[in-house]
Design a protein around this ligand. Structure first.
Ligand code: BES
Ligand code: MN
Ligand code: ZN
Length: 462
């Protein structure tokens, strides 16, 4: 991973003027003669760039913000407009010269860093060219910590299953722990089968060297007891209920929950806020083989609840359940799960707006607000009590895949909640973890979702 970086503050940087569109055309900054940009066709449209000539070439640039304020409380159509400048401007250091009062410079700078992410493990990518001097008043260290967490999450998701199986996911967690002095415990083999039977059952069909495991990270220092649990399915074939090719193609990203909780841990640790944090990752591969779990099998979970496996493709909730049960045993102040859990969440809200579930009104409100403020939008869905009957089938306590398929994201969340008793607040995020088409600051590929919402909401919850 290449670390995100700003240009040094003493860099010989060129000015970038951010120009909004007013009622009648661009709102020209003081000191800018509109004659040249006007003649060059610059109308301050969102993302539009106008290079300003000087005696030694390009002396500066104008960057269009479009119509900045969304009406009322409506979220803007696009996040991270300034990310476009990172790609469009010529090489060198740039600083924000002047901007509309409403413009959030810190968020703009974060978008710039996000745009400079490269996944260059398998081919060389062109290095980022235009560097930004961190705007005055913005906390450079905090922004770099957030970008580093995002980069880590993207790298992990983008790495194919051939190079990121359960063992490599464990190694990534160990590397993170080593960087920040966290303790690591990993359970596998017979111990896993005894203590985390559902994690073992889902992962046991994987090839040798790719065995299932539970990864447990604890960060040193004082702080509220916060436990993050991330779905670490390194590849999801669906198991014996095998997925069709069209649904399996992207399933290297089924460890997106794990990638996000590791990314968030990286950010918190860099900020010095990881004291009291615990991260749990059930790392498995949902494979097809003679040892695969079968439809109709009944598993006994760590918590003792029995589960009828009515679909081997609903594996995420099985592995998460055992990890959540372990987490809940020490009654954390906040328990969070992040998982690429259901197709139903995508049907409901699309790839860009992950649903979250939380029974605590104040915490849910804090998460929603924080998501909006941090340009990391999330949307609340209900743990809808009346649907509990849907996950109570014939011959076991729980059904992992209710027939009918109604409310699939909700029934998955209800299933998980059964294992969280003891935690003061529980919040579950059903994320997609993938940017299907490029957007400013978010190239096609793995993407973080919900990390900054949780980061910003944490102090308001615990
Ligand atoms: N990993 C998938 C969910 C998924 C699919 C997330 C596509 C993002 C994109 C999960 O393990 C799964 O297969 N879920 C099933 C559950 C069903 C069998 C109850 C689903 O959503 O179809
Ligand atoms: Mn599945
Ligand atoms: Zn899955």
């Amino acid at each position: 991973m290449t670390d995100p970086a700003f240009a040094p503050r003493d860099a010989d940087s060129r000015p970038l003027w951010l120009v909004a569109q007013g009622g009648d055309g661009p709102v020209w900054p003081a000191g800018i003669d509109p004659a040249f940009p006007r003649a060059a066709g610059f109308a301050a449209k969102a993302g539009q760039v106008c290079l300003l000539p000087g005696p030694q070439g390009v002396a500066g640039a104008l960057f269009g913000l479009g119509r900045t304020a969304a009406p009322g409380d409506r979220p803007p159509r696009e996040r991270f407009v300034l990310a476009k400048a990172a790609e469009a401007l010529p090489e060198g250091a740039w600083h924000l010269a002047e901007m509309p009062q409403a413009f959030d410079a810190a968020q703009g700078a974060l978008g710039w860093l996000f745009a400079q992410y490269r996944f260059d493990r398998y081919k060389t990518a062109d290095a980022p060219r235009a560097r930004l001097v961190c705007p005055a008043g913005a906390d450079a260290d905090a922004l770099l910590a957030m970008a580093a967490g995002e980069y880590l999450a993207r790298d992990l998701i983008n790495t194919p299953a051939s190079d990121l199986g359960p063992a490599e996911l464990e190694q990534a967690a160990r590397d993170l722990a080593a960087r920040h002095g966290a303790a690591v415990a990993v359970t596998q083999g017979a111990d896993l089968a005894r203590d985390f039977p559902m994690i073992h059952a889902v992962g046991r069909a994987a090839a040798s060297g790719r065995e299932p495991r539970l990864i447990d990270l604890r960060f040193p220092g004082d702080g509220p007891a916060v436990t993050l649990v991330g779905k670490g399915v390194c590849f999801d074939t669906g198991g014996l209920d095998i997925k069709p090719a069209s649904s399996m193609g992207l399933m290297k990203k089924d460890m997106g929950g794990a990638a996000n909780v590791l990314g968030l841990a990286e950010t918190l640790a860099r900020m010095g806020r990881a004291g009291g944090l615990r991260v749990l990752i059930p790392a498995v591969e949902n494979s097809v083989g003679p040892d695969s779990i079968r439809p109709g099998d009944v598993l006994t979970s760590r918590k003792g609840l029995t589960v009828e496996v009515n679909n081997t493709d609903a594996e995420g909730r099985l592995v998460l359940a055992d990890a959540l049960a372990l987490a809940a045993e020490e009654a954390p102040a906040l328990l969070v799960s992040m998982a690429t859990l259901t197709g139903a969440a995508r049907v409901a809200l699309g790839p860009d707006l992950p649903p979250f579930f939380c029974d605590d009104e104040a915490a849910a409100e804090a998460l929603f607000r924080a998501g909006r403020e941090a340009a990391d939008p999330i949307w609340r869905m209900p743990f809808w009590e009346p649907y509990e009957t849907m996950i109570e089938p014939a011959i076991a306590d729980l059904d992992n895949a209710p027939g009918g398929g109604f409310a699939g994201a909700i029934t998955a969340a209800l299933f998980l909640r059964r294992f969280t008793e003891g935690a003061r607040v529980y919040a579950h995020f059903d994320i997609y973890g993938w940017q299907p088409t490029p957007a400013p600051g978010r190239p096609k590929g793995g993407v973080g979702q919900g990390m900054r919402a949780i980061l910003a909401a944490l102090p308001r919850i615990v």
